[in-house]
Ligand binder design. Structure first.
Ligand code: HEC
Length: 575
């Protein structure tokens, strides 16, 4: 891990000094080789990129990361040469990306500059400035060459010596980056490993304050993580004291740097969601900087000791009717097919469900549950009722609306279990809040799906899209992307009748383990005639750690080793 000299500027307490001194290689030489820890960032188009993913590509030899910043002439003037290098070396296993760590540059502005200068590589937005900080970035226009095997920075500095602050030479005398790339590809010693690199200053936050567990870290964990990472919670370990958190600290930094946790996968650039449980770049920064500084404890009481947020039995209050599933037995090991259990309707007439909540019996094994109402005789006549996935807290349908379940229709449960390593049982229940007086507005769920795809074996990225046109004025309350293990991303875009386009939701790093429904904070008004386009991509390569078989062509299927393109939209029609 790279620990910067600037750390010295912090006013350290005696105990923090002791900690740092015990860390041995703490102060890496600025110019010497340092290795880069894995990270994941979104680029100027909202696409997700993880460093390790690229480094694991069989053809990969190295990654060039060029520090970009909008409006910096020293960056702009280097773009043609960088593009030439990309052209020449990409096929030889060198990947090219830019990194923007400027707090002042918004994504749309970066995208505009990318377009203006014809930048044909991802510009990664380092919103927490942590990648830049760990690399020791101070100025733009610097290039980093990372060996994809060792993850070492084998060269950092200027692309060549053509430019200084004072003057620009017509020809470069030293082709530093090119020479380093050539040597890396040839497996030879790199002669010049650093050079002075003129660029515009990148404003990184002052490190004038010591970040401590007691003052800064515990409160963030308490609000962002402990709801799950508690005794008996969803998370695999409890953040129940300084000692526990410190023990997990490197993993915490890793899951934050790679955006695995907290499990909220919507791109913050599009839409605001009522159930947003994401973390801000500033909070991420605080947590990771604290880990990088060796986890100083600070003074005062440990607010996580004895704190065990109550998991309410029912998030939406005691239901009027509870439907219990028969006990399910789950083997200790294996990958299980979906189970289907159909239960009789306990009501003697039509009912209008105003809220529903699935309570998993055993969170260690319940992966997801989907409940539909099915016609007692007509095959495939089916109506969406509700769903559960880790993190779901019940569905409260909007005021004055309900899901209507006709008399006699049965409740069908789709159950997906995952093995826990030991024999388990589960008794999941469905809680219903309802009325028997007709509710005017029906809360409906539109399914946007296509079976029309064949994902080629090994494809890193293969996508399709499906659209439909809304036939009456509608209000959208919920969006849910669904694919299986090969799912990579999914987005929902509205193309309004006036030609305006709006991305309602983008999930750039879809994770099958988190079947989330996204509830817009302000329901979205969709006028009649709007086209909704759902786009996706799958990753059928062996770099996708969840891929059950990268050598297969994959089409539609219920089983998780087959694929789906299945999005749902919860809405109410205006009239
Ligand atoms: C909604 C529940 C939830 C929240 C909120 C949550 N986690 Fe997790 N966390 C999990 C679950 C479940 C796992 C197990 C892996 C998985 O399913 O993705 C996990 C795994 C982890 C792991 C990795 C354990 C391992 O060995 O792989 C770390 C570290 C972690 N979480 C840290 C955090 C941090 C830090 C936060 C807050 C910023 C957080 N989590 C918020 C549920 C949650």
């Amino acid at each position: 891990m790279l620990r910067k000299k600037s750390i010295l500027a912090i006013a350290l307490t005696a105990s923090a000094w002791a900690l740092l001194c015990s860390l041995g290689e703490t102060f890496a030489e600025e110019s010497g080789p340092t290795s880069v820890e894995n990270f994941a960032l979104l680029d100027h188009e909202g696409k997700f990129h993880e460093l390790d993913y690229y480094c694991r590509m069989p053809s990969a030899k190295g990654v060039v990361l060029f520090i970009q910043g909008n409006g910096c002439p020293l960056v702009q003037k280097r773009i043609p040469e960088l593009k030439r290098l990309k052209e020449e070396y990409e096929a030889k296993g060198i990947l090219f990306a830019m990194l923007n760590a400027n707090i002042q540059d918004e994504r749309a502005e970066i995208a505009a500059e990318a377009k203006e200068f014809g930048i044909n590589m991802p510009i990664l937005k380092d919103d927490a400035q942590l990648v830049a900080e760990r690399l020791g970035v101070t100025r733009t226009a610097e290039a980093f060459l990372i060996d994809s095997k060792s993850k070492e920075v084998v060269y950092r500095g200027a692309i060549d010596d053509r430019m200084t602050y004072q003057k620009e030479k017509p020809e470069a005398g030293n082709l530093y980056l090119r020479d380093a790339i050539e040597a890396l590809i040839a497996g030879e010693q790199i002669a010049v490993r650093t050079s002075d690199s003129p660029g515009c200053k990148v404003a990184l936050p002052e490190k004038d304050q010591l970040i401590t567990y007691a003052d800064h870290v515990a409160p963030i964990l308490k609000s962002r993580c402990v709801a799950c990472h508690t005794q008996g919670g969803l998370g695999p370990f409890a953040m129940s004291s300084y000692k526990k958190v410190k023990g997990w600290s490197d993993m915490i930094a890793e899951v934050l740097m790679t955006r695995q946790m907290p499990p909220w996968h919507a791109d913050p650039e599009y839409g605001k969601f009522a159930n947003d449980c994401g973390i801000s770049p500033e909070e991420t920064r605080t947590l990771v900087s604290w880990v990088d500084a060796g986890c100083p404890k600070g003074e005062g009481e440990d607010i996580l000791v004895g704190y065990n947020p109550p998991a309410p039995k029912w998030h939406l209050g005691e239901p009027q009717k509870v439907i219990a599933l028969p006990e399910q037995v789950i083997e200790a090991e294996g990958v299980f097919d979906y189970r289907y259990v159909t239960l009789d309707n306990p009501f003697d007439g039509d009912v209008w469900l105003t809220a529903t909540e699935i309570r998993p019996g055993n969170t260690r094994v319940v992966h997801h549950v989907i409940v539909t109402a099915v016609h007692p005789e007509v095959n495939r006549l089916e109506k969406w009722v509700t769903g559960y996935a880790p993190g779901t807290e019940g569905s409260l349908y909007p005021e004055g609306s309900a899901v209507m379940v006709p008399k006699g229709w049965k409740f069908k449960f789709q159950l997906h279990y995952t093995a826990s390593g030991k024999h388990e049982t589960d008794m999941t229940t469905l809680g219903l809040h309802y009325t028997t007086t007709p509710v005017e507005k029906e809360f409906k769920t539109k399914i946007v799906m296509t079976r029309d795809f064949k994902i080629p074996p090994g494809a890193y990225e293969y996508g399709t899209e499906k659209d439909f046109t809304v036939k009456s004025d509608t209000t959208v309350y919920a969006l849910n992307p669904h694919m299986h293990y090969r799912g990579k991303r999914m987005s929902f875009e509205a193309e309004y009748p006036d030609g305006r386009k709006e991305v309602l939701l983008s999930v750039p790093n879809y994770n099958f383990n988190w079947q989330r429904t996204y509830h817009p904070a302000t329901p979205v008004e969709i006028p009649s005639g709007t086209k909704i386009v759902v786009r996706n991509a799958w990753d059928n390569s062996d770099l996708n750690p969840h891929n059950p078989d990268p050598n297969r062509e994959v089409g539609w299927g219920d089983q998780t080793f087959e694929e789906m393109f299945f999005a749902t939209i919860g809405y109410i029609e205006k009239n």
